[in-house]
Design a protein around this ligand. Structure first.
Ligand SMILES: Cc1ncc(COP(=O)(O)O)c(C=O)c1O
Length: 374
């Protein structure tokens, strides 16, 4: 059997990783400024992460959601504390798309309505409802076009209200900072306005923090830069540092009922300990403070590069925008300088999503390499 080839691949075969470094099968070291699509939060192969997952595996790796699993409660408690979101309840699932799928479903269950407002250049995943609220027609099949969705420009509260006024909207979904689209974000006024309008028209506000969450923006969640309180928050990527897991934080004012949501794998024992290890490391190693410090340094250095026309994003979710497309630049960074970076739908933008414990020294390596290539 061959693979169903849906990914264009770089010719690199990582076999080992540690901190912000990855080694290929020829023992070439790479600097990882992308964390495999923003997944690596506490660094590759962190000793605490390895220890917790390994020892859990020696006890029990999986049982279903039909029995008690106290690790789930421990994870929910810890996430509430570390994120300062103690007035939410947690539903655990397996991927970002699934988290959004469930959040949208809850919004529709609770309000009895079906229309969703999403924003231009949004990316919320590739499953049914998630892809329907993603602003990319190329990845939507006919079957995904049944969900009623209105896509609006960011930062236009007037158009949001015009759409909400019709009374058929169950939720507004927005990324804390847009990831795949290219690091655009709503203003504080916009986020605050969305919160008010959702309340006024009985729609639920879903903050997709799948890429921008878990400390990446310099706050635990990017929406916390805007002092709002969403009805639901979706998380994945950095949550498990590579262990596939995701969650929906659902405000306690929204009541659960048996059977409303469900999954076989979500919240399994290994996922829970991976998630707990990530939160403990973020806390014990002061990673959010590190994000702020390294971010300031990175941005100051990037500003010295003339070819960088615009710097977008917050914390260690940074977009460097150039006059031209960055495809060749990314190839040179990988093959000549051995540095992983990311792209975006905005073809002129280099997306930087390193582990949250990266050092300024490692940023220097990147800046020197970038200057050399340019
Ligand atoms: C903001 C955002 N939402 C949702 C997703 C989908 O997550 P997954 O690929 O885990 O389904 C992504 C993935 O890139 C994302 O960046």
């Amino acid at each position: 059997m061959n693979l169903f080839e849906v990914y264009p691949l770089y010719d690199v075969t990582p076999v080992k990783a540690k901190g912000s470094s990855v080694w290929d099968d020829k023992n070439q070291e790479y600097l990882d400024l992308y964390g495999g699509h923003g997944v690596i939060s506490v660094g590759h192969s962190h000793p605490k992460y390895i220890e917790k997952i390994t020892s859990q595996l020696h006890n029990i790796g999986f049982y279903s959601n039909a029995v008690q699993n106290p690790l789930q409660q421990q994870l929910a408690k810890k996430l509430g504390e570390v994120s300062n979101c103690e007035d939410y309840n947690l539903f655990l699932c397996n991927s970002g798309a699934e988290a959004n799928e469930n959040a949208l479903k809850v919004a529709s269950f609770v309000t009895g309505k079906s229309k969703v407002i999403a924003f231009e250049n949004s990316f919320h995943g590739r499953t049914s409802a998630s892809v329907s609220v993603t602003d990319n027609k190329k990845i939507q099949a006919e079957i995904n076009k049944f969900n009623p969705v209105t896509i609006l420009p960011l930062n236009d509260l007037f158009l949001v209200e015009k759409s909400l006024e019709k009374g058929d909207v169950c939720s507004v979904i927005i990324e804390g900072i847009q990831g795949v689209g290219g690091l655009d974000e709503g203003s504080t006024e916009f986020f605050k306005g969305l919160e008010k309008l959702c309340w006024k028209y009985e729609a639920l506000l879903i903050l997709d923090e799948i890429q921008s969450g878990y400390g990446r923006s310099g706050a635990f969640f990017a929406f916390q830069h805007h002092q709002i309180k969403p009805d639901m928050i979706t998380v994945a990527k950095g949550m498990g540092n590579g262990y596939p897991m995701a969650g929906v934080l659902i405000h306690e004012s929204i009541k659960a009922s048996f059977g409303m949501l469900g999954t076989t794998f979500g919240g399994n024992h290994l996922a829970c300990v991976a998630g707990l290890a990530v939160l403990e490391i973020i806390e014990e190693e002061g990673l959010i403070a590190n994000v702020k410090e390294v971010s300031e340094y990175f941005i100051a250095q990037a500003k010295t590069i003339g070819a960088v026309k615009n710097i977008k994003g917050k914390g260690l979710m940074i977009g460097l925008e150039f006059e031209d497309e960055v495809g060749d630049l990314r190839k040179k960074l990988i093959y000549e300088e051995h540095i992983f970076t990311g792209g975006a739908m905005n073809k002129n933008l280099l997306r930087i999503l390193p582990p949250l414990n990266i050092s300024t020294k490692e940023i220097d390596v990147f800046i020197t390499a970038l200057k050399k290539i340019l």
